[in-house]
Design a protein around this ligand. Structure first.
Ligand code: C2O
Length: 547
């Protein structure tokens, strides 16, 4: 196994998109940032130097970080931010993971432009469980704002209203042909007739679930969130922010140009659907060249599902299986029920009306089990836990709200108005955990991509309406459920996940729509050390930023 060293300099860089140049926070001047490629078993060592005027941290999304929780990255959870002028070297070893993950800033909304792919190849001498693709291409779906994303979220926090939606969706940082001033930079993905290539698709967008497809071609899904899946074919995939999906695509069509395109599924904040599509071009090497007279070089346009096509999403997500029978935890020690959803807070007495511009003079909020998660600002949760610093968090995480809510929206007022808190749920090392994630759909029906740090989990079931503990258990797949780090909890529905708490530390679980984490749709697990060094978190490095 090797150790790979990289230097990440976080800095403001002029980036031109949609006809205007913006001073954009990037890594090493690149947007999207550098792609990191390693082998399973290797160690990554990334020195992050902050030359921007914002605090920053980097999260290695989906990396398990076994016993290295202080390298995970979420601000005020596992570390204090790297202040302007500061630096921190993230060091961790990848153990047993292969496929496509990614890295992104985990501080305010900086990840809008600070993100990149993290590709883990099989160990030298071993290979993919599918035919080796000729080419491999990362496809990072993203969102671009004309405004500074940090200003967008600050404005929303100030007014209590929903933030502005992005001005473009992007593929590898480019909006593509259908947007103003974007044609000449449209991304070209090459393919040859007859060859099979791998697309490593990542939804790195902030607030938007996205459909992705390629005109006239079919995908074979082989992996998601860096876990192999039983291969299945589909013409369209859907990814919530945070999710990755690897697909094989074969050059089996007449040599030409074909659009690959992504467009919104649902709308992250109840705002009107933004009818825009980002495109790149799949180009056959033997396609007629643009200069040739009488030959159309306009790419073939795909058809994409409608923005509210939940049936397609459901069929797609139900196609996921692990490649073989897996060891799903049974004899559950911790059976948890967490509600996830938005709410509206009454305007607090001393607020001006300009600070309460949510629906009917309220402020938007979001919660899990009616707690709107608040990050500490004086210590990281992990530091407070390890050093026994009192007053930073409490471990009285509440049980699900006592009122049985109804996803149609007939809920008691108390569930509209969650209580702010920094509450952790404590887990004993090795406990077998099941979590029912129940969307509340109180303010608006949405699909929530729930991401758990430090773990992969099995998604054993999903469904619509209220989870029913006496009948829905019959839907549990305990044979070959998919292993993921982010689950798209269906619109008006629920999902059930299971994992074994074998990684000590403090691990955030949150909705990966950034506007929802801003509003508090998060919680954290505190996983205690087990017995002996191999079941305990390692000593943090000396340069770990403390507050
Ligand atoms: Cu992709 Cu909390 O992160």
């Amino acid at each position: 196994a090797e150790t790979h060293h990289h230097d990440f300099v976080v800095q403001a860089t002029p980036v031109k998109r949609l006809c205007k140049t913006h001073n954009t926070i990037t890594v090493n001047g690149q947007y999207p940032g550098p792609t990191l490629e390693i082998n399973n078993g290797d160690t990554l060592e990334v020195k992050v130097t902050n030359k921007a005027r914002y605090n920053v941290t980097i999260h290695w999304h989906g990396i398990r970080q076994m016993r290295t929780g202080w390298a995970d990255g979420p601000e005020f959870v596992t570390q204090c931010p790297i202040r302007p002028g500061g630096s921190y070297t993230y060091r961790f070893t990848v153990q047993g993971q292969e496929g496509t993950l990614w890295w992104h800033a985990h501080s305010s909304w900086l990840r809008a432009t600070v993100y990149g792919a993290l590709i883990i190849h099989p160990k030298p001498g071993s290979s993919y469980p599918f035919t080796k693709p000729k080419r491999e291409t990362p496809i990072l779906l993203g969102e671009w704002w004309d405004a500074n994303p940090i200003d967008v979220v600050r404005q929303a926090t100030r007014t209590g209203a929903a933030p502005n939606v992005s001005d473009a969706y992007t593929i590898n940082g480019q909006p593509g042909d259908l947007y103003n001033c974007s044609s000449k930079d449209t991304v070209i993905v090459p393919i040859d007739s007859g060859e099979t290539n791998l697309l490593r698709v990542i939804n790195s967008g902030l607030n938007q679930e996205l459909f992705f497809t390629v005109a006239n071609h079919k995908f074979t899904v082989v992996s998601a969130d860096a876990s192999y899946t039983k291969p299945f074919t589909t013409s369209v995939i859907m990814l919530g922010p945070g999710q990755t999906t690897d697909v094989l695509i074969t050059g089996d069509q007449p040599p030409a140009r074909y659009y690959m395109a992504a467009r919104a599924y649902q709308s992250a904040q109840g705002a009107p659907f933004d009818n825009t599509t980002t495109t790149a071009i799949l180009e056959y090497k033997s396609a007629p060249c643009p200069a040739k007279k009488g030959v159309s070089t306009t790419p073939v346009f795909p058809s994409l599902p409608a923005f509210n096509d939940t049936a397609t999403v459901t069929a797609f997500s139900k196609s996921f299986r692990s490649p073989a029978k897996v060891e799903v935890p049974t004899d559950i020690d911790e059976s948890l029920f967490f509600t996830v959803g938005l709410g509206l807070n009454r305007c607090p007495p001393k607020f001006k009306s300009s600070q309460c511009q949510g629906p009917n003079g309220t402020r938007f909020t979001a919660s899990m089990n009616n707690v709107s998660f608040v990050l500490p600002s004086n210590f990281s949760l992990l530091q407070a836990h390890q050093q026994g610093i009192p007053g930073v968090f409490t471990t009285d995480y509440p049980a699900a709200p006592p009122v049985k809510f109804d996803y149609t929206g007939n809920v008691s007022r108390s569930l509209w108005q969650p209580v702010p808190g920094t509450k952790l749920y404590k887990l004993k090392y090795g406990s077998r955990v099941q979590v029912v994630l129940q969307g509340t759909s109180i303010f608006t029906a949405e699909n929530h991509p729930i991401h758990l740090h430090g773990y992969d989990f099995y998604i054993i079931a999903e469904g619509f309406g209220n989870f029913n503990p006496s009948t829905d258990t019959s839907k549990f797949n305990l044979v070959d459920p998919p292993l993921r780090n982010t689950v798209a909890v269906p619109v008006n529905g629920w999902a059930v996940i299971r994992f074994v708490a074998d990684n000590p530390g403090v691990w955030l679980m949150h909705c990966h729509l950034d506007v929802h984490i801003t509003w508090g749709l998060a919680m954290a697990f505190l996983v205690e050390n087990g017995v002996g060094a191999l079941q305990s978190i390692e000593t943090p490095p000396a340069d770990l930023p403390l507050c």
